[in-house]
Design a protein around this ligand. Structure first.
Ligand code: PHE
Length: 459
């Protein structure tokens, strides 16, 4: 067995963890959900979900990972030898791998859009709309481009493969030289690009209208299903329940202050999500596209290209935006891949190189299936869903909360007495007011609430 890797610096550890958290969930799910479900009212619910459940569950994962210094299954094998709690870890590892298989495809799309922006093809006339102008023609043009870039067979496959190879290169280099170094470079780029966009949005004629379109509070829109959405979004966005935070925190040095780290990561993740809204809506509003569909892929792949097309310097803005999206997606896929790599290294004593290959090879098959399910395999369904949607629903809505619930039940009821407290205070070296609150939430609130959310999706 090789010696356990660690992150080299505090900044690096935060950059890598934030890199995992900040992903497509922040860019295309959060702004659309917020705008559709009551603006600031939704935001308040979301913030409460993060503070009251997200951060405690994150601390649960951190305490297991940093305390036991092992992979998502190994932590349970170490802390509760001979017991079946490792199944929680196995569920998380499975969830992360399944999510990786379709997230890789979406990441491929971001790379494809980046490349098409650089070459200028994204803005070239399409066959359908040659010579036509006006919003409808533009809609048609970018919808056709999306079909071509996402729902055809070959191009998305090629970009998915490139994405897998980039992932392979990074995870092969290891925790410090690969993941940490990459995050240290990419995360600042992401923030700088975001700030540039926000400044630009600020100068737009309809900045105020855009912000109120995004955040105007409407409490009448808050109902049970909106709360369920907010909680689901919080868990997905913070990368909880997938073994990622267990794996990454096993690389934390023992001096890391877990509570502080969890707040920093969660606040940065929220900040990015909100800033993305601040950058998108004033632009959408200023160019008269507020009637557009903001849900899912069409926000970033149809509406925003239309916005960029109307902005002076279209190509530069779209290159910057898809760079941001690509960075967000890449650091997330790497964290997902690392869960399985760590599992294979720690459980089976494999060398990192062999683990990386074992992780990547089946991905070519799984991700190909997911990619083709948008194209020629779209009529092949499992329980009425395409392969892509089936994996998404099964892993995100079922496995992910299940792993999180079992972890909370273990930590709340069965872990060695004061385990959580010891981890949160770095072996009692300081006091933390958060300890009793977090323990209470993990013991009682988290399993119940996550359980309710999980079940409510199926009824
Ligand atoms: N947290 C990432 C996001 O917001 C998504 C993600 C999910 C990343 C699962 C890793 C694992 O998009």
């Amino acid at each position: 067995m090789q010696e356990k890797a660690t992150f080299g610096s505090k900044i690096g550890l935060i950059a890598a963890t934030v890199g995992s958290a900040v992903g497509l969930g922040n860019v295309w799910r959060f702004p659309a959900e917020t705008q559709a479900h009551g603006g600031a009212a939704f935001l308040i619910v979301y913030i409460l979900c993060v503070l009251l459940l997200g951060i405690p569950v994150m601390l649960g994962e951190f305490s297991l990972g940093r305390g036991m210094k092992s992979d998502a299954v190994g932590v349970y094998k170490k802390i509760a030898p001979g017991k079946a709690w490792w199944i929680a870890g196995a569920i998380s590892v499975t969830a992360s791998y399944l999510i990786l298989s379709f997230y890789m495809v979406v990441s491929g799309w971001t790379l494809e859009y980046f490349v098409q922006s650089v070459t200028g093809n994204l803005f070239a006339d399409s066959s359908l709309t040659q010579g036509l102008t006006g919003i409808e023609a533009q809609d048609m043009k970018y919808t056709q481009k999306m079909q071509e870039y996402i729902a055809s067979d070959n191009a998305p496959l090629i970009f998915t493969y490139i994405m897998i190879l980039i992932n392979l290169a990074v995870i092969l280099m290891g925790v410090k030289k690969g993941i940490e170094r990459l995050s240290n470079v990419l995360m600042p780029i992401l923030f700088v690009v975001l700030v540039i966009f926000c400044f630009y949005a600020f100068t737009m004629p309809k900045f105020g209208e855009g912000i109120s379109f995004f955040l105007n509070p409407d409490f009448s829109k808050i109902n049970m299903s909106v709360v369920v959405n907010a909680l689901g979004q919080a868990f997905f966005s913070l990368s909880l329940g997938m073994g990622i935070l267990i794996t990454y925190s096993s690389y934390f040095p023992s001096s890391t202050k877990l509570v502080k780290t969890s707040f920093t990561v969660s606040l940065l993740d929220m900040l990015v999500a909100i800033l993305i809204g601040v950058m998108i809506f004033p632009a959408v509003m200023s160019f008269g596209l507020e009637d557009h569909n903001f849900a899912g892929a069409s926000l970033v792949f149809v509406t925003l290209p239309e916005v960029f097309a109307q902005m002076p310097g279209s190509q530069v803005w779209s290159i910057l935006f898809f760079l941001l999206l690509f960075v967000a997606a890449l650091t997330s896929t790497i964290s997902l891949a690392e869960v399985m790599v760590a599992f294979l290294c720690d459980r089976f004593g494999l060398k990192r190189q062999s683990s990386c290959l074992i992780v990547v090879l089946p991905l070519f098959v799984l991700s190909s299936l997911c990619s083709l399910s948008q194209g020629s395999l779209s009529s092949f369904t499992i329980f009425g869903k395409t392969i892509f949607d089936f994996l998404d629903t099964f892993a995100t809505n079922l496995l992910l909360p299940l792993g999180a619930i079992i972890m909370c039940i273990y930590l709340g009821w069965f872990a060695p007495k004061d385990y959580l407290k010891r981890e949160l205070t770095n072996n009692y070296s300081f006091r933390s007011v958060m300890t009793p609150i977090v323990s209470f939430i993990i013991k009682w609130c988290a399993p119940l609430l996550i359980g309710v959310v999980m079940v409510s999706q199926f009824i």
